[in-house]
Structure formats: structure tokens, C-alpha cells
Design a protein around this ligand. Structure first.
Ligand SMILES: [Zn+2]
Length: 236
């Protein structure tokens, strides 16, 4: 799952307007960033599978994508948000929820690689990537569209400007389009020899969540300042 995570973040930031969009939109990708770093450090293992929906099989990702470790990392992320927002408890809780939402949404598509805890034999995942790759792509598009509609509706209700609300939506949809396997960078690097494929995976996963997450957060914040300017103009 890729833009589905950012879609959850977009929806959550539309609902939680007092919490900085950056805390939410980096939060939803935090587990993936940890995963990329641990793959680069050879603590977790992925295997190129260019014919698959993701481009890689996730062989061992228990240190961030098991339910127990997702909870631990989410508390850590929420704690970082809490401390960086002058101890705003709501921001901390929302940041932690954003981070934990990652593994919840992943269950929909993952191929049974989400353990309950590190080393647990019990795994979650509905195997949509393996059994219904096209459906998994469309499901993620559906999440994007639903979140975009909610974001625009909440923004308009709060007086934000329509044109600026369109930018985060456009970015989200563009990111989803580039996940189509024929043009997806993750599928390209999966065809490289090892260890370049694994390193390519690590770089793309870290950069692919950190950079678009920050950019999306900036566009969301910008859509709001537009709304404030519009209201001030309306008053004068
Ligand atoms: Zn994930």
C-alpha cells in the first residue's frame, strides 16, 4: 500500500485541523521509513519479485510491520510529535494514530507477511496483492478518491480556497498513477542485481514516503493559509 497511507493522512489532517499536517502525513509513512532503514541495515529482508503487485516480496518485516512493533513505533512517533508541539497531547495521540494506521491499511493488501509480534507464526494480510493485483490498485485509488472528497468538503466548509485544495488532491492521484507496475520505480529497481535491488528498495521506500509526505503536508498547510487570507479579504 502506498498512496492509501497518504490518503488516510489527508483525511485525518482534514479532520484534525489543529494538528500540524506534517505530523500526520509523515506519521502515516513512518513504519515504511523504518522498514527501508532496516532493510538497508540488513536487519529486515525483502526479495525482488518484479511480476508481483509491489515489485518485492516482504520476507521478514517483523521489526516494524508486526502489530506489536507497529504499536511501539507509533508510540515513539506520537511521543516525538508531543515533544515537538510544546507537549500538545492531542497532537501526540493523532500522530500515534496516524503512524499505527499504516499497518491497519496494509493488512488489506499484504501477502500474509504482517506478524502479530517479531517471530510470531501468526500472520495477517488479505493477499490482495497476490490474488487480485488489479483490485488492490483500484482499491487504493478508491481510498485516494474518498479521502480527497472528504478533504475538499471539510476544507470548503472551513472556508479554504477551492483552487488550493486541488493541489494536494492532484499530488495524491499523480503518486498513485506512477505506482502502475509498468512505470513504477519500485518495479524498475526490482530488476537490478542484488544488492542493488534491495538498496533501491530501501532508498525508494524512505524517500517515497518522506518527500511526498512532507510535500503533501506543505500543500495542505498552504490550502489553509489561502482560506484564512480569503476570510480576511471577505471581512475587509
Ligand atoms: Zn507498509
Amino acid at each position: 500500500m502506498y498512496t492509501g497511507h497518504l490518503a488516510v493522512g489527508l483525511g485525518l489532517s482534514a479532520r484534525e485541523r489543529r494538528v500540524a499536517p506534517l505530523a500526520i502525513l509523515l506519521g502515516v509513512g513512518f513504519l515504511a521509513v523504518v522498514n527501508g532503514l532496516l532493510v538497508a541495515g540488513r536487519i529486515e529482508r525483502v526479495r525482488p519479485a518484479p511480476a508481483g503487485a509491489l515489485g518485492f516480496d516482504l520476507v521478514f518485516i517483523d521489526w516494524d510491520h508486526s502489530i506489536a512493533m507497529a504499536a511501539v513505533w507509533s508510540v515513539i512517533f506520537g511521543g516525538l510529535v508531543y515533544l515537538s508541539t510544546r507537549r500538545d497531547p492531542r497532537a501526540g495521540v493523532v500522530g500515534a494514530l496516524a503512524a499505527f494506521s499504516h499497518v491497519v491499511v496494509d493488512v488489506l493488501v499484504h501477502n500474509g507477511d504482517i506478524a502479530l509480534w517479531p517471530g510470531s507464526s501468526a500472520h495477517l494480510g488479505l493477499f490482495l496483492w497476490r490474488d487480485h493485483p488489479l483490485l488492490s490498485y483500484l482499491l487504493e485509488a478508491g481510498l485516494d478518491i474518498a479521502a480527497a472528497a472528504y478533504f475538499v468538503a471539510r476544507g470548503r466548509a472551513a472556508g479554504d480556497r477551492g483552487a488550493r485544495l486541488a493541489w494536494p488532491v492532484a499530488l495524491l492521484l499523480l503518486l498513485h498513477v506512477q505506482r502502475w507496475p509498468a512505470i513504477d520505480p519500485l518495479h524498475w529497481v526490482a530488476r537490478l542485481p542484488e544488492p542493488a535491488a534491495d538498496m533501491g528498495y530501501a532508498v525508494l521506500v524512505v524517500a517515497g514516503f518522506a518527500i511526498p509526505g512532507a510535500l503533501l503536508a506543505w500543500l495542505v498547510a498552504r490550502s489553509r493559509s489561502g482560506g484564512r487570507v480569503a476570510r480576511e479579504e471577505a471581512r475587509t
